[in-house]
Design a protein around this ligand. Sequence first.
Ligand SMILES: C[S@@+](CC[C@H](N)C(=O)[O-])C[C@H]1O[C@@H](n2cnc3c(N)ncnc32)[C@H](O)[C@@H]1O
Length: 379
Amino acid sequence: MKKHQKLLLSIAERFADKRIDPPCMYAGNCGGCALQHFDYSTQLAIKKEYCNALLNTVISVDAIEPSIPLGYRSRMDYVTAFGKIGLRRRGSFKHVVDLYDCLLLQDAGRSIFATIREKISGVEDYDYLVHKGYLRYVILRQGFNTGQVMANFVVARNENNLEAVINAIYNNVDSISLILSDGLADLSYGKVFEDIKRGYIEESLDGIIYRITPNSFFQANTYMTQIIYREIARHVYGNVLDMYCGVGSISLYVAKQAKSVTGVETNHEAVAAAGHNAALNGIDNVTFVQADALEYVSGNTMKYDVAIVDPPRTGLGPKVVGKLLQADLTRIVYMSCNPVTFAQDAAMLVDRYALTWCKAYDMFPQTQHIELLAVFEKK
Ligand SMILES: C[S@@+](CC[C@H](N)C(=O)[O-])C[C@H]1O[C@@H](n2cnc3c(N)ncnc32)[C@H](O)[C@@H]1O
C-alpha cells in the first residue's frame, strides 16, 4: 500500500464510528471510490485532515468546498478485459471489477453504459497482461450543462468490430469515435482513426461554449470547475499566461478580465480545439501555442503580469519552477489536482513569491482526491 493511502486510512480510522452502508454495491472492491462508506460531511472532514497532512506545513486549509456527492463525473474510462467491463479493483492493476453501473457518472452516461454493457459481450476485449485482443477501453464523456454525450472506443487494431454496440447507442449519443492505442502502454487515448459520429461534444461554463474532442482533457466535474474558474477570474488582470491550458478552458473563461491571454499546451488536438473555442465564442484577445511548458517558459521573455498554472498530477517540477522564479510575474495562480506535488512546488516558489491564499475543493467526491487553488504574490 502506498504511503498516502496509509495516511488516508489512518485518518479515516479515527472517524470509524461515522461509517455508513455505502450507496454502491461495488464500494470497497472497486478502485473508483475510497470514502463511500462515510456520509458526505464526514468525507469532507476526513479530506480536510488528509489535505493538511499532505500540504505539510506549506499552508493549511480551513475546509473543503463541497460538490455534488454523486452523479458529478463527466468522464469515465471503463476497462474491457478478461470478459469484464468496469474499473480496476482497489489496489490491483491486474483485476477488473465487472460493473453494471457507477453512481459517480452523470445520468445520461449511466444509461448509455447500460446499453453498451448489454451489447458488448460479442466483442473481443483486450488482455493487457499478455497484450492480446481488440477493445481496450470504453470512454463515456458528458457535458454537465449541455447534456451532450460522447462515446469513445479505444482499440488495439485499426478496425471497426463494434457495429452492434454502435448501432444500439447511435441515436442517443452526440459523438462516437474510434481511437487506436496499439502500444504496450496501458493508454486510454491515442490516434482517432474514425469519427463515426461528429467527433466532439460541447460543454458550457457561465455562457462560454467549449468543444471537447476525444483525446483532449476537460475537468471531470463541471459543477466544481465552474466554482474554481469563477475564483480564478477574480485573481486575473493584464497580460496572462495560462500554462497547461488544455482546450483553453481557463484562458477563455478569464479573457474578459485580461488584456491578453496566451495559452500553452502540448496536446495538438487540444490546441486546435482551443483555437476553435476562441472563434466559437468570438474571443479575440487569446492566443494558443502548442509547446511544452518548460520549453515555452525557457524561450520567452515572459512579459506577463499573471501566470495561471494547472499542471498534471506530476506538478510543475523544479525546472519549470526555476523558470517561474526568474520571470518577472506579479502573481501566480496555481490550480492543482495533487496536494503532494503542489506542496513540493510551493516550497520552492516561496523563495520569490509569497503564498497568500489557498482553498481546497472536492472535485472528486467519494474518492481520496483533492483539488487546490492557490495564489502566490511577488515578494
Ligand atoms: C490538469 S490539465 C489542465 C487543463 C486545463 N487547464 C483545464 O482546466 O481544463 C493539464 C494539461 O496539461 C497538458 N500538459 C501535460 N504536460 C504538459 C507539458 N509538459 N507542457 C504543456 N502542457 C502539458 C495536458 O495535455 C493537459 O491538457
